[in-house]
Design a protein around this ligand. Structure first.
Ligand SMILES: Nc1nc2c(ncn2[C@@H]2O[C@H](COP(=O)(O)OP(=O)(O)OP(=O)(O)O)[C@@H](O)[C@H]2O)c(=O)[nH]1
Ligand SMILES: [Mg+2]
Length: 297
């Protein structure tokens, strides 16, 4: 765990910034990776946003296991939280405004009764690195020319992106560090590409990916790489499977040895881009898959 000593400082700063802005926000959009919604949730954020209407957006639904994403959506519904799953690059994003308008209807009615003119909904977008915050903001903002404005009347002048008459976004998305209290969370975040390569050794990442796939998505490796798939429970079995992948792909070094490093890089890339299978790493309530091996974070 020593690698993470620098995280608490960053996290405290991000949370403080969000705390300072939260007063002027109408709706918080909390982005969670659909493949690992629990691991991408920041428990400390929940305290800050508890009195603000929140929409949980499960991003990268196109990379996740649809059945499990539906289970997550039902889970949020049971908790009486609003949640939607989207492919941020391709899906129609109107669904976000629609949800927000419903949430805001009572507040706007109160404002109207007080004689306050109709106004745009002010959003804050938060989430862990790489979850899709900038992509979402850029796509929303592109609907109309982006206008930034300094708003007087708040403690600190805030920069807003005016998307349209009904939507304003605070310009800087809140980058949050995930919760590393549990070792498996770090591993899962490395697997989905939140945490960059230097944190978890690549061969360990490959072991976890092969274990997950052969345990929960059997035959996905077999059909994608056209190899004979066998269960991967330990490093030796992982090595054998990587060797198979390398042989099939012709990743050979001098003397016809397989270039295992290249197999590892290829596997990680194919896995993270959803080519091998549409994969989810956790299900609500009862996590059926735990990471394997001794070298996890
Ligand atoms: N397949 C897929 N890729 C997505 C989706 N949303 C975002 N991405 C990709 O994920 C990568 C990271 O997206 P960003 O929008 O930069 O993520 P971010 O949250 O702003 O990341 P930081 O600025 O590092 O905090 C980009 O390559 C996006 O194209 C999605 O729904 N599906
Ligand atoms: Mg960004």
């Amino acid at each position: 765990m020593k690698q993470y000593q620098w995280f608490p400082g960053h996290m405290a700063k991000a949370l403080k910034e969000i705390d300072e802005r939260i007063k002027v926000i109408d709706v918080v959009l909390v982005l969670l990776d659909a493949r690992a919604p629990y691991s991408s949730l920041n428990p400390k954020l929940q305290g800050i946003i508890q009195h603000k209407p929140t929409i949980y957006i499960l991003t990268k639904r196109d990379l996740a296991d649809q059945k499990i994403t539906n289970q997550w959506l039902n889970y949020f519904k049971k908790e009486e939280s609003k949640a939607i799953a989207i492919d941020v690059n391709h899906d129609n994003l109107n669904v976000i405004d629609k949800e927000a308008e419903v949430i805001m209807a009572p507040k706007f009615a109160r404002e109207k009764a007080k004689g306050i003119k109709p106004r745009a909904i002010r959003y804050l977008v938060v989430g862990i690195p790489n979850v899709g915050k900038s992509t979402l903001i850029n796509r929303l903002a592109k609907r109309k020319a982006t206008v930034t404005a300094n708003r007087p009347g708040v403690t600190k002048a805030q920069q807003y992106i005016k998307v349209n008459e009904r939507m304003e976004l605070l310009d800087t998305p809140g980058v949050l560090w995930p919760n590393f209290d549990d070792n498996t969370i770090g591993t899962k975040l490395a697997m989905i590409g939140t945490i960059k390569q230097d944190i978890l050794p690549q061969e360990d990442l490959a072991l976890q990916i092969l274990n997950l796939l052969t345990t929960n998505y059997p035959l996905s490796l077999q059909s994608y790489y056209e190899i004979i798939e066998t269960p991967v429970l330990d490093e030796k079995q992982a090595y054998n499977m990587l060797n198979e992948i390398g042989l099939k792909r012709g990743f050979l070094l001098k003397g016809n040895n397989v270039d295992i490093t290249r197999s590892i890089t290829t596997l990680i890339k194919d896995f993270q881009s959803g080519k091998v299978a549409k994969v989810s790493l956790e299900i609500p309530g009862n996590d059926t898959w735990q990471t394997v091996g001794t070298k996890t974070l």
